[in-house]
Design a protein around this ligand. Structure first.
Ligand SMILES: [Zn+2]
Length: 642
């Protein structure tokens, strides 16, 4: 058994140790309840779990529906002709619209990444998630216009910048990231095909891929490795997806071309050589490795993905689930207390880690993967969208005394604007997974999911996190036997309770495991899950006196007020760096291991807390709800002197 298998197996054993296991708990309670202690890891893609596609899940009122709707309004506010302008100019077509700003401005080397890529993907995802025709119409109209640009260019190439950027890439002359942008445009078209049923979008994508095949022809391995040192997005991942959609092997072979040996070899050998690397350059490649494993069964690529995921989530991620500082990993694994700044944790990194986590979870059903997903979604995705106008953050400042900083609506278009627009479009994703035996509930988000193959509809009612738990209603065409697996999160350290049709079951499961309920379900069956939350600390791995406070899955932020914080300091344009000075934050007097020594719940208010025993007391609220104000996430906590 190799390391990877030991790791996975150990994960299952530790996460279920101490679980109350009770199968077939008696006639009065005809549900078999057990902790899901799958004795062997799932090893191949054939027995993997499947996330329910976005169009099977509907969000119901709650913070994620609000964020999705705000994102929808933002997408609809963007003027189509302005989005298309640079593509038309590049193709020699008439373009009279005013150019956009930021990373879409006419001299930016990444122009087109948002329009041809993220915007198409976000519209397609929103259509799938909502069924609202307006989004499909927008995506379809843009595909028509982009196809005209591709036709005018003549070679299958499609971009808002000329091929000259690729000439520089081939010649080793400085250039930003042409394949990064090309990947986004390919992905946008593939998404419009997959989610909106648009055949022309697939034809455009196939012509784009044919251009890539020509471009890569005849280059030596050494030349290719040099080219792949320049950020290339997920060119491998998108070409594997194109191969999967079309069932054409040629795209699989072309995807292999983007397999960067120098990056993958150490990961396959389980060596962390990530220090010094630009973080967001790497995730899409690893997602490509995950797709290669899923399509070909080559375990090297599963090893790459799993080892990378374990290193980043275990030793390079903050309490929020985010990773990187100043876009890079500049410190050795496990050294994070010195990597806190105004430019911590680029948002794209968290977005891409969630994408990767979805693959890891589908292979392993490892509850720790779902734990990471929840942590990152609630703390580093929700709350990065400006409630005023749907604009999005780039960095997530984690040094104390800073504030949230957004891209201006028509003059930023950062990479994180694009990934954020996609994130909130698919906010219903990864709540539910299934295998042949039943449904996994991974996230507590008000929603419903349809499983037509089994004639089942599952409705989740919750006001989480105000409500510490959720209720599930089952609707079935006919009574049917399957297993409902409810995630018992890492933070459920005070236990919990489950009721089926009003009757409490005498068993529960330990933190980081699944509570499996197997029975013949009939319409109207109702399951209620109680998961009491508590305060905890998330210490830095290299300094346990530097820590963040959490309540359940929520990272808490100390409110530092909005003094001298102007609107100009809250919005950026081309430059995504936050400008302005932080306010100083005092160390906390308390026991670093005992959060109750310095935090207590605020009287009569849910999810509000305050410090105690300090010279100056502060209020703490969930980081994802704090806007327009300075904050502190990490605290230096020093023992009180007796
Ligand atoms: Zn970004």
């Amino acid at each position: 058994m190799d390391d990877r298998r030991r790791w996975t197996r150990r994960g299952f054993l530790t996460t279920t140790a101490g679980a109350v296991v009770s199968a077939g708990v008696g006639n009065a309670l005809p549900a078999a309840v057990s902790a899901d202690a799958s004795p062997e890891p799932r090893t191949g893609s054939s027995d993997a779990l499947h996330p329910f596609p976005v169009d099977r899940v509907r969000l119901t009122p709650g913070p994620f529906l609000e964020a999705r709707d705000r994102n929808s309004r933002y997408l609809l506010s963007l003027p189509g002709d302005r989005l298309l302008r640079s593509f038309r100019v590049n193709a020699g077509l008439t373009a009279s619209a005013e150019p956009l700003g930021g990373w879409e401005k006419p001299d930016c080397e990444l122009r087109g990444h948002f329009t041809g890529g993220h915007y198409l993907s976000a519209c397609a995802l929103t259509y799938a998630a909502t069924g609202e025709e307006e989004f499909r119409a927008r995506a379809n109209a843009m595909v028509v216009e982009l196809a005209k640009c591709q036709k005018a260019l003549g070679s299958g190439y499609l971009s808002a910048f000329p091929e000259e950027q690729f000439d520089r890439l081939r010649a080793g002359v400085k250039v930003w990231a042409p394949f990064y942008t090309y990947d986004k445009i390919l992905r946008g078209h593939l998404d419009v095909h997959r989610l909106c049923g648009n055949a022309e979008a697939l034809a455009t994508a196939e012509r784009m891929a044919a251009w890539v095949r020509n471009w890569t022809k005849g280059l030596s391995d050494a030349h290719r490795e040099r080219i792949l040192t320049i950020e290339y997005g997920g060119m491998n991942a998108v070409l594997y997806d194109l191969a999967d959609v079309t069932k054409k092997e040629e795209y699989r072979d072309l995807a292999h071309w983007f397999d960067q040996k120098a990056f993958f070899d150490p990961l396959a050998a389980r060596k962390d050589e990530l220090t010094g690397l630009h973080a967001n350059t790497q995730f899409p490649k690893v997602i490509g490795a995950a797709r290669r494993y899923e399509l070909t069964g080559e375990t090297r690529y599963r090893d790459v993905a799993e080892y990378f995921w374990r290193e980043v989530t275990g030793l390079r991620a903050y309490a929020t689930g985010g990773t990187s500082d100043g876009e890079r990993w500049e410190t050795p694994p496990g050294v994070l207390s010195t990597a806190l700044s105004s430019s911590s944790a680029e948002c794209c990194c968290a977005y891409n880690m969630l994408k990767l986590t979805r693959h890891i979870f589908a292979w392993t059903a490892d509850p720790r993967a779902a734990d990471y997903y929840e942590r990152t979604l609630w703390n580093h995705r929700l709350g990065t969208q400006n409630p005023e106008d749907g604009t999005l953050m780039y960095y997530y400042p984690l040094a104390s005394g800073y504030w949230k900083f957004y891209g201006a609506p028509l003059s930023a278009f950062w990479c994180c604007t694009g990934t954020g627009a996609e994130e909130f479009a698919k906010a219903g994703d990864s709540i539910y997974f299934h295998d042949d035996a039943g449904i996994f509930v991974n996230l507590f988000i008000a929603s419903e999911v349809k499983w037509p193959e089994k004639g089942v509809r599952l409705v989740q009612e919750t006001a989480f996190p105000e409500q510490e738990g959720a209720a599930f209603r089952i609707e079935t065409e006919r009574p049917s036997s399957w297993t409902l697996r409810l995630r018992v999160p890492w933070w459920a350290t005070r236990g919990g309770r489950v009721r089926v049709n009003g009757e409490a079951l005498p068993a529960f499961s330990s933190p980081s495991s699944y509570l499996a309920l197997t029975r013949t379900w009939k319409s109207g069956d109702r399951v209620e899950l109680e998961l009491p939350m508590s305060l905890s600390v998330a210490p830095m791995p290299d300094d346990p006196t530097v820590l963040a406070a959490m309540y359940g899955p929520l990272v808490l932020a100390g409110r530092l007020g909005s003094e001298k914080l102007t609107r100009n300091m809250t919005y950026g344009e081309y430059d995504c760096e936050l400008k302005g000075e932080p306010v100083p934050v005092d160390a906390i007097a308390g026991d670093p291991r005992d959060v109750s020594s310095w935090i207590e719940p605020a009287a009569r208010r849910r999810l509000a807390f305050r410090t105690r025993g300090q010279a100056k007391e502060l209020e703490l609220v969930p980081l994802n709800r704090l806007f327009g104000e300075r904050y502190a996430v990490y605290w230096r906590v020093r023992p009180t002197r007796a």
